[in-house]
Design a protein around this ligand. Structure first.
Ligand code: ADP
Ligand code: ZN
Length: 368
């Protein structure tokens, strides 16, 4: 059996997600995703030194006449700005990119979102090929076509739906990923089990040690299964009018934690996105139990799995329940009468619940 797996995204946009070791060295695979004569590799200051030359050499081996340029941003979410977006467009202009050019996003979610948005806008839309190098980007952000940059007023406020032409996830790149980033990605993997598949949670429980150890077979299986769940949902609901919102399980609480800790100046102590989502999923499970929707034992199971994966499961010290609630009211999912949450009826079955009373949410935030 070939070590490469392929997951197909169907529906309005059709593309393949290829997952496997050493794919960045596969000339046929990479060049197949390119149509024109120009390619702009967008990457960041950690990833580019590790992998950009390889990608360029792999492409040139198949297409010696391709014009390739590289646009590298400093690492970090604070770089996902309109200013960097404009620089990416300038880099496309310098390259002389035509309508059949491709943007190649080589990096984590920050690079993928920025590069995808630049591709969505250049000449009203050119191809983007996602080469995710973080677990989080492989299982989540590189798939589904959401692209965006942040504004001072909030994250992802300017963006577009722009599905990739292909997603190529080289699992060998995960060997250089800092362990904390790997664990953050595992939080989003657990999310798929929590919302769609109790059996997958069981698989994760059995393979937790292998995943943490970076075992290639276990990681490939986890990535492929996660992409399969996401592909099915985005195929049916590409613009998040309905069930795609289930993917926000843990995210209403998680975003509030991320926003509030930024305000509180938590610095290096701050939870990253995956960690905040881990805490958020436990809170969503507890809220489900508080509302009598789901058994409390399922919360404990989720919490135990996240803890085994080295993820936080409680709200960081110093964040006030009232302040977190205020953040959630500001979130785009807030409604006039109570808040809207993705909750679960049991492990493996999520549902959207509107009109959740503030005092129940506060009970959960206060740990009652
Ligand atoms: P995410 O994918 O979690 O949204 P980022 O794009 O910010 O987040 O990537 C997380 C961090 O990991 C960044 O500092 C990035 O430079 C770094 N990084 C990404 N991929 C790799 C890799 N394969 N090896 C080493 N560092 C990486
Ligand atoms: Zn997320």
């Amino acid at each position: 059996m070939s070590p490469m797996r392929t997951v197909k995204v169907d529906g309005e946009a059709r593309y393949d997600i290829c997952i496997g070791p050493n794919l960045l060295g596969d000339s046929a695979l990479l060049s197949h995703a390119l149509r024109g004569r120009h390619a702009l590799i967008v990457s960041d200051g950690n990833v580019a030194p590790l992998y950009a030359d390889r990608v360029e050499a792999t492409l040139l081996a198949a297409r010696p006449t391709l014009s390739i340029a590289c646009f590298v941003i400093p690492p970090g979410e604070q770089e996902k700005t309109l200013a960097r977006f404009c620089q990416a467009l300038d880099a496309l202009a310098d390259l002389g990119a035509t309508r059949d050019a491709a943007v190649i996003a080589l990096g984590g979610g920050v690079v993928g979102d920025l590069a995808g948005f630049a591709a969505a806008c250049w000449m009203r839309g050119i191809d983007v090929v996602q080469l995710p190098t973080t677990l989080l980007a492989m299982v989540d952000s590189s798939v589904g076509g959401k692209t965006a940059v942040d504004l001072p007023a909030g994250k992802n406020l300017v963006g577009a739906f722009h599905p990739p032409r292909a997603v190529i996830a080289d699992t060998t790149t995960l060997r250089t990923l800092p362990e904390r980033e790997l664990r953050a990605g595992l939080a989003e993997v657990v999310k798929y089990g929590a919302i769609f598949d109790d059996e997958f949670l069981g698989w994760l429980e059995r393979h937790a040690d292998a995943l943490l150890a970076g075992d290639d077979a276990a990681l490939s299986e986890a990535i492929a299964r996660s992409c399969q769940y996401k592909a099915e949902v985005v195929s049916r609901d590409p613009y998040e009018h309905g069930e795609r919102a289930l993917l926000n399980f843990g995210h209403t609480f998680g975003h509030a934690i991320e926003a509030e800790q930024g305000y509180a100046g938590a610095g290096n102590q701050a939870l990253n996105h995956g960690e905040a989502v881990a805490v958020g999923m436990v809170l969503a499970a507890r809220l489900s139990a508080v509302l009598g929707l789901a058994p409390a034992s399922h919360t404990h199971r989720l919490q135990a799995l996240l803890q085994r994966l080295g993820l936080p499961t409680v709200i960081p010290a110093g964040l006030e329940p009232e302040a977190l609630l205020a953040r959630m009211r500001l979130d785009k999912k807030a409604e006039a009468h109570g808040l809207r949450f993705v909750l679960w009826e049991r492990a493996g079955l999520a549902k959207i619940v509107s009109g959740v009373p503030d005092d129940r949410v506060l009970d959960v935030l206060r740990g009652r």
